[in-house]
Ligand binder design. Structure first.
Ligand SMILES: [Zn+2]
Length: 128
């Protein structure tokens, strides 16, 4: 199943910033998919002074887990304090959540899964 394979590839993303071309290679999609589908659909990213786009691995992964290959939302909206745990394969409550902000592109909530205790990430649009 393609979706499953993609989730496994997403798991390889490191806690670092990727160029769109690097990210495309890591997760096995065409770079055009990132520019034409993911970014317009609201994928978390930042722009540096030169206008270059950078995508944070865990923030992108958290965003992508709620979406299909075209970047369209597939899961029910998560409730406050909830996230998708890739280890438990279900929606779980986030324990000890911490919020990291990204320039103009929302925020990343990081915490621990209530069931397995492993790290979970959730991206969401920042409230302005
Ligand atoms: Zn879990």
């Amino acid at each position: 199943m393609i979706r499953r394979a993609q989730i496994i590839k997403l798991g390889r993303l490191l806690d670092m910033l990727y160029k769109p071309s690097e990210l495309a290679e890591e997760i096995g999609v065409n770079v055009d998919t990132i520019y034409r589908s993911y970014l317009p659909a609201g994928a978390p990213h930042t722009r540096d002074k030169t206008g270059a786009i950078w995508i944070h691995g865990p923030a992108f992964k958290a965003w992508m887990l709620e979406r299909n290959e075209d970047g369209k939302r597939v899961l029910h909206p998560l409730g406050e304090g909830e996230a998708w745990c890739v280890h438990c394969n279900q929606v779980v409550k986030v324990m000890n959540p911490r919020v990291r902000h990204f320039n103009g592109s929302g925020e990343l909530i990081q915490g621990a899964c209530e069931k397995c205790g492993r790290k979970v990430n959730r991206a969401r649009k920042g409230s302005k």
